[in-house]
Design a protein around this ligand. Structure first.
Ligand SMILES: [Zn+2]
Length: 110
């Protein structure tokens, strides 16, 4: 569900809202699919997976009319696969800083 107050504030059209709901469905499907992969498969495809998540998030910013800003992305760590520190990355939102866990299958040194 989208934040209705934000929808009103950003003056989004029904088309924008539909597109955002579709993008959230895509993201949920992607995250569900990740759960079917084992950790070695995720590590082998980490670049591809990270690029997909980032592209979905950029498109969400387009439809929200926020302008593209990777410093405000959250889905790269708000998923069940990523083991990077959530609270540190929440605190770093808007800063050009990402906290990585070296053993994260998506963002680590594996
Ligand atoms: Zn991670």
């Amino acid at each position: 569900m989208l934040n209705q107050r934000l929808v009103d504030q950003q003056n989004l059209s029904q088309q924008d809202v539909d597109a955002l709901n579709d993008l959230h469905s895509m993201r949920e499907n992607l995250f569900d699919n990740l759960k079917t992969l084992n950790v070695n498969e995720i590590i082998a495809r980490a670049d591809e997976i990270n690029n997909l998540i980032e592209e979905i998030e950029f498109l969400m910013q387009d439809y929200w009319k926020f302008g593209r800003d990777a410093k405000r992305h959250t889905w790269w760590y708000r998923n069940d696969i990523c083991t990077c520190p959530k609270m540190d990355n929440d605190d770093a939102l808007g800063a050009n800083l990402r906290y990585h866990n070296a053993s994260c299958p998506l963002h680590g040194d594996l």
